[in-house]
Design a protein around this ligand. Structure first.
Ligand SMILES: [Zn+2]
Length: 263
C-alpha cells in the first residue's frame, strides 16, 4: 500500500518527506510505542521500529501519535488559517472530542495541545458514565464508549454495523424515533462526561469532531443541557458546543501537518 502511494505521489512530481501513523489509542510520548489500542486489539507495539524496519523511504521523517491529538492539531491550524485570512479571531482553548468507533479527546490551551506526562491525556472514551454500566473493550464497565461509540449508537438506532453516524443523522432528520432516542442517550452521556472535564479544566468551548461532528446539530441540545445543569461556572460563562472546521479526515490531516510543520 505504501509503495503504491509513493509511486502515485512521485508520479505527480511531489516528494514525500515523512510518514505519520495516527493511532486510536495510547501512544507513549517521544517513543512512538503503542501501549494499547483497545478497538484495534493492539498492545505494546513498537510502531516506530516496525516502520523504520520496513520503510521504502529510510530517510523520511517518521511520527506516531494519538488520533485525537492529530485531529486537534488540524483543527487549530485551520482556525489560525481562517483568522489570518481575515476571519474572526477563534478561541485557541477548547476540548476537541473525536468520536468514531471509540472516543478520543484533546485539550488545546492557547493553541497548544496538552499531552500529559506520558502522552495519553484526555482518554475520554474510558471515563466512567455509570460504574455498573455495560462491559467496555478496555476491560472496565460503564465507559463513555459503551454509551456513545459508533456501534452502540447504530445498535440503538436499529441500523446495521456497517452504517455510519451520518446514516443516523439522515434517519433522525426524517423523524425516526429510534435514531432520535439513540442521539438523546448518547448526547446525555457525552454531556455528563464533558461536564466533569469542563468543571475541572475551565475551557470555554467543546468541539465535536470526527464522525461525531456529523451529529453536532442533533447532539448539541443534550450536551449543552447537561453542561448547563452540571457545570457551576456555566451560570456566568457560556460553554460553546461547536463542530470541527475540518470536514472529514481530521486525524490524517493533523498527522500530515505534523510532518510538514515539523520538517
Ligand atoms: Zn473503556
Amino acid at each position: 500500500l505504501a509503495r503504491d502511494v509513493i509511486a502515485s505521489v512521485e508520479h505527480r512530481g511531489a516528494r514525500i518527506v515523512g510518514t505519520a501513523m495516527s493511532i486510536p489509542g495510547f501512544v507513549r510520548a517521544g517513543t512512538g510505542e503503542i501501549m494499547e489500542a483497545p478497538n484495534l486489539g493492539w498492545r505494546n507495539v513498537d510502531a516506530l521500529r516496525l516502520l523504520r524496519a520496513d520503510s521504502p523511504l529510510p530517510d523520511a521523517m517518521l511520527r506516531v501519535g494519538n488520533d485525537a491529538n492529530f485531529a486537534a492539531e488540524a483543527e487549530t491550524w485551520m482556525r489560525l488559517q481562517r483568522c489570518r485570512s481575515g476571519g474572526p479571531r477563534p478561541s485557541g482553548t477548547y476540548i476537541y472530542l473525536a468520536g468514531t468507533v471509540g472516543f478520543g479527546a484533546a485539550l488545546v490551551h492557547d493553541c497548544r495541545i496538552y499531552h500529559g506526562d506520558n502522552g495519553w491525556s484526555m482518554e475520554i472514551g474510558h471515563v466512567c458514565v455509570q460504574p455498573d454500566g455495560p462491559q467496555c473493550a478496555c476491560g472496565a464497565t460503564g465507559c463513555l464508549e459503551s454509551y456513545a461509540g459508533r456501534f452502540r449508537m447504530l445498535e440503538a438506532a436499529g441500523l446495521p454495523e456497517w452504517a455510519s453516524l451520518s446514516d443516523i443523522a439522515v434517519a433522525a432528520e426524517a423523524g425516526d424515533d429510534r435514531s432520535l432516542a439513540a442521539i438523546k442517550n448518547a448526547g446525555g452521556a457525552i454531556g455528563v462526561v464533558l461536564s466533569s472535564v469542563v468543571s475541572l479544566l475551565d475551557v470555554p468551548e467543546v468541539v465535536l469532531g470526527g464522525e461525531l461532528g456529523q451529529l453536532t446539530e442533533f447532539l448539541r441540545p443534550y450536551v449543552a443541557a447537561e453542561i448547563k445543569r452540571r457545570v457551576v461556572s456555566a451560570a456566568w460563562q457560556e460553554i460553546a458546543v461547536t463542530t470541527s472546521l475540518i470536514d472529514g479526515f481530521d486525524p490524517l490531516s493533523g498527522a500530515a501537518l505534523s510532518i510538514v510543520l515539523g520538517g
